[in-house]
Design a protein around this ligand. Structure first.
Ligand code: FAD
Ligand code: UDP
Length: 367
């Protein structure tokens, strides 16, 4: 069969790419190996009327006006500001670390202007590489060893099963340190949750007369029967090349769900557990869309090495391997575009995926 474009994967990258190609007049086939749309942002409404994010909590946040306009063409966003607490020594403290966190941990009464000097003194007591070479260096250079050990070290070991000194600085740079009392997880201009869910958003993005969709279809089973001028690949980078340079690492997750006969379980959507228990965090889903129900559904999140690839692992050995694969991608002469978290092996957020797709498909269409 002949299409102008084949898109592999129906996550944010695949859906946005398919839409932009379809709007330029091209006939597009989207193949997705799973039974559902939306990739790792997939969600569904459970029997208690609460939207569950199947692959863990997803909050859309961006400062990019073009990205925000693109997603708002297809859905209304419920205004939601994400807040996270960290369970530390029996107390729930604001995370990322802010002025209130400092005052609670150190039992003091710092005012706004005093936090910077306080943190500088904490960092000055520690030994680390400057400029920072790894996850630990970044955090310790910002907040010192004591807060690093309380909030970061053990969470990071649980999440990645690696010494934080093996993890690249960019992972730590995802988490800000605040000298004020802002307790939101993100400070982007635009934040929210699609009012009818991410799966509905994906469906609406793909709803175009030039797009055909085939679920439960693995690209590697059908690629020899299809002809297309362009293939947009959003699956795992190493799998495309039959693991010729060895396997890239991915992290997966197990979820244990509970629905409780009470209105709320915890005071925020997410509570992190750096030092206690084997889970990393508990998510209470009704916060995201503000559903009014007498029951509540929560999930405990347990990181693991195998299974559905949720996270790319930002360590030196993986990034070196990514470079080898990327050089092979570059040799494919524009007939393929590798887009998204798995295909580029980058720790992208959803908005970064959309931004990159707008740019790369835009360049392709100009050519
Ligand atoms: P994916 O969503 O992984 O989509 C790739 C698709 O390709 C999948 O559906 C896969 O099944 C399909 N596929 C792969 N190989 C094949 C094949 N051979 N044939 C056919 N189909 C194939 N981002 C945020 O912005 N905010 C958040 O709060 C946030 N929280 C997150 C929490 C967790 C626990 C995780 C894991 C991620 C989170 N993210 C968040 C990141 C977000 O999930 C990703 O940025 C985004 O989903 C990536 O989209 P994608 O299309 O690149 O990849
Ligand atoms: N992190 C941590 N303590 C926390 C939360 C995060 O040490 O309480 C570290 C951990 O290494 C994590 C990284 O910061 O993997 C990035 O956190 P983020 O919340 O961005 O992770 P995601 O939402 O992608 O799982």
């Amino acid at each position: 069969m002949k299409y102008d474009c084949l898109v592999v994967g129906a996550g944010f990258a695949g859906c946005a790419a398919a839409r932009l190609l379809a709007e330029s007049g091209r006939k597009v086939l989207v193949v997705e190996r799973l039974k559902h749309l939306a990739g790792h942002s997939h969600d569904y409404r459970n029997e208690y009327g609460i939207f569950i994010h199947s692959y863990g909590p997803h909050i859309f946040h961006t400062n990019n006006q073009e990205v925000w306009q693109f997603v708002n063409r297809f859905t209304r966003f419920h205004n939601y500001q994400h807040r996270v607490l960290s369970y530390i020594q029996g107390r729930l403290l604001p995370f990322p670390i802010n002025l209130d966190t400092l005052n609670e941990v150190f039992d003091c009464k710092l005012k706004g202007g005093e936090a910077r000097e306080f943190l500088r003194m904490e960092a000055a007591k520690a030994v680390y590489n400057q400029p920072p070479e790894n996850f630990r260096d970044v955090v310790v250079s910002q907040v010192g060893e004591y807060l690093y050990e309380l909030f970061f070290k053990n969470y990071t070991i649980k999440q990645w099963q690696k010494d934080p000194e093996e993890i690249l600085p960019e992972v730590a740079l995802r988490i800000p340190v605040r000298e004020n009392r802002d307790d939101r997880y993100f400070t982007d201009k635009h934040q929210g949750i699609p009012a009818s869910g991410y799966t509905d958003l994906a469906q609406k993005i793909l709803n175009h007369r030039n797009i055909e969709l085939s679920l439960e279809t693995d690209y590697f089973d059908i690629r020899n029967n299809l002809e297309s001028r362009l293939t947009v690949y959003t699956g795992e980078l190493d799998r495309f090349f039959d693991y010729k340079y060895g396997r890239l690492q991915y992290r997966s997750l197990d979820f244990k769900y509970e629905t409780l006969d009470q209105e709320f379980f915890q005071p925020a959507a997410v509570v992190n557990y750096p030092n206690d228990h084997s889970w990393t965090r508990i998510t209470e889903y009704k916060y995201f869309l503000g559903e009014k129900t007498w029951k509540t559904t929560i999930s405990y999140e347990f990181p693991k090495a195998t299974g559905e690839p949720y996270y790319v692992v930002m360590s030196g050995d993986n990034v070196d391997k990514r470079k080898l694969y990327q050089a092979d991608v570059d040799k494919l002469n524009g007939k393929y575009l590798f887009l998204g978290r798995l295909a580029e092996y980058k720790y992208y957020n959803m908005d970064q995926v959309v931004e990159m797709v707008i740019n790369r498909i835009g360049e392709y269409l100009k050519r």
